[in-house]
Design a protein around this ligand. Structure first.
Ligand code: PEP
Ligand code: MN
Length: 331
């Protein structure tokens, strides 16, 4: 694929005419303040030139916008006042599911005091069984909004259906795409068009290239505020719930300019495995860590076995700080 960077203030109409007359395919995207044209196949577009073109980049990866082949510097994604992808490691924490306003207020206040920057909580839950707790839905989103306003921290929550996008636009600061929807292309396009920051989980059967191609769907709608999140892949191991792919985190950091998050809770599946996975994720380059914490994990309505209690999380926070600082990062 060929990526044309249009000169500031220039009209790319001439280039588009040339691409059309050659029968090429192209897409015009405005991203990070640049006007870009992605055109293919290489054999037809390679020799097209126009005075409006400032630079031409030949891209080998199937995800030109997500790749460092075009954008070498790290992208910083802002969620409220929080910056993800810089020197600091950002910690997001909260329960698997929003269960009540009291639960969310209590946990959010305590997490803020421990140095957490973003609160998590699922209102629409992707459950393997239709008979398991499905989340509070819209009521859960409203609880998240009021808790966020009260405590003064932004919130991240998972969207499952493009038809809910306006609710998420109204109530939620960062929209999570879950592992099971990582290749739901109409949902990816929809959150791309919403323009809010996105936390994109890796599908547990997806390669790093497939995960970055999912990010490309969001970027190609002109939304560059994407954080990609490793949350464990399926392997032959059954002792853990999934296999946290630390090699995938390191590879993603090299391949994309987007910030990389890691979720140690879902691959652990068990409380006492969360801490070592969180520390390994920071050591392998993660810019953000997403952890499930519940005021009373044994009573949680979903993922009870893997959620940390407040004391367990406080102890892990100290360890994460030590590892981050040993690597020259802030936490
Ligand atoms: C979650 O974060 O609550 C969740 C369902 O995660 P995943 O999509 O990674 O399973
Ligand atoms: Mn969960």
């Amino acid at each position: 694929m060929i990526l044309y960077i249009v000169k500031k203030g220039s009209d790319p109409g001439g280039l588009i005419d040339k691409l059309n007359s050659r029968g090429a395919s192209y897409r015009l995207v405005e991203l990070y303040g640049e006007k870009l044209i992605i055109a293919w196949p290489d054999s037809i577009v390679e020799t097209a030139t126009d005075p409006s073109v400032g630079a031409v980049v030949k891209i080998k990866k199937p995800y030109p916008l997500a790749s460092r082949e075009w954008k070498r510097d790290d992208t910083i994604v802002s969620v409220g006042d929080i910056e993800i992808g810089g020197r600091g490691v950002v910690i997001a924490a909260g329960p698997c599911s929003v269960e009540s306003e009291e639960q969310m207020i209590e946990i959010s206040r305590r997490l803020k005091n421990l140095g957490v920057s973003i609160i998590r909580g699922g209102a629409f839950k992707p459950r393997t069984s239709p008979y398991s707790f499905q989340g509070l839905g819209e009521k859960g989103l409203k609880i998240l909004r009021s808790v966020s306003d009260e405590v003064g921290l932004p919130i991240v929550s998972e969207i499952m259906d493009p038809r809910d996008s306006l609710l998420f636009k109204e109530y939620i600061d960062m929209i999570q795409i879950g592992a099971r929807n990582s290749q739901n292309f109409s949902l990816l396009r929809e959150v791309g068009r919403l323009g809010k920051p996105v936390l994109l989980k890796r599908g547990f059967g997806n390669t790093v290239d497939e995960w970055l191609s999912s990010a490309e769907y969001i970027l190609s709608e002109g939304n560059g505020s994407v954080v990609i999140c490793e949350r464990g892949i399926r392997s032959f191991e059954t002792g853990t719930r999934f296999t946290l792919d630390v090699g995938g985190i390191a590879l993603a950091k090299k391949t994309t300019h987007l910030p990389v998050c890691a979720d140690p809770s879902h691959p652990a599946g068990k409380r006492d495995l969360v801490a070592p996975l969180a520390l390994a994720a920071i050591a392998s380059g993660a810019d953000m860590i997403l952890i499930e914490v519940h005021p009373e994990p044994e009573k949680a309505l979903s993922d009870s076995e893997q959620q940390l209690d407040i004391d367990g999380f406080a102890a892990l926070m100290d360890k994460m700080r030590s590892v981050a600082r040993a690597l020259g990062r802030d936490l």
